[in-house]
Design a protein around this ligand. Structure first.
Ligand code: 6U4
Ligand code: NA
Ligand code: NA
Length: 155
């Protein structure tokens, strides 16, 4: 099963807005806002919609920053492959608010809570926050990362 998903990081005044995810995949972890791209929706609009749904703000100044692949195995069986398009946003309309999916919190760029995030995040999120576009591929077995690669995308 291949899944198409988004992640979005609002960066403003030297801080990045993360959510503590309250349910679904990665519940309990801090992450960007995001979720599954719907039928007849492009990835950009999905990133905007998920941000509105999860924290009630409309992001502005979106930039496409990368593609991540997560290959999830249960021993020899492949369970799911996630293609995740990552965006940053430089501003937003409205005020972040909690929803039943997510609690929004601001973090200094150099104080990201990697110990409470997906294992892969420390390998690529700093690159994106420093403005680099990336491609990454991460292999998980039973939700533990067993291998990884991250590349800068040339322009
Ligand atoms: P539903 O409840 O189906 O509407 P939805 O919010 O659309 O859920 P969900 O929560 O399954 O989708 O989305 C998964 C989210 O988790 C996406 O934003 C991508 C993100 N994600 C998945 N694996 C990840 C990983 N290894 N590292 C990471 N984010 C990951 O940083
Ligand atoms: Na979501
Ligand atoms: Na969704």
């Amino acid at each position: 099963m291949i899944l198409l998903e988004t992640l979005l990081y609002i960066i403003k005044n030297g801080k990045v807005l993360l959510i503590r995810k309250k349910r679904g995949l990665g519940a309990g972890y801090f992450n960007g806002v995001g979720g599954k791209v719907e039928d007849n929706e492009d990835v950009n609009n999905a990133a905007i919609r998920e941000c509105i749904e999860e924290i009630g703000v409309k992001p502005r100044g979106l930039k496409w920053m990368g593609l991540l692949e997560f290959w999830n195995y249960d021993n020899n069986a492949i369970e799911s492959i996630h293609f995740v398009h990552v965006f940053t946003a430089s501003d937003y309309n409205g005020e972040p608010r909690e929803s039943d999916e997510a609690e929004p919190l601001w973090f200094n760029i150099n104080e990201i809570p990697f110990n409470s995030m997906w294992e892969d995040d420390s390998l690529w999120l700093p690159l994106i926050l420093s403005g680099r576009r990336i491609y990454g591929r991460f292999i998980f077995n039973k939700w533990r990362m067993i291998s990884h690669e991250v590349h800068s995308i040339c322009t």
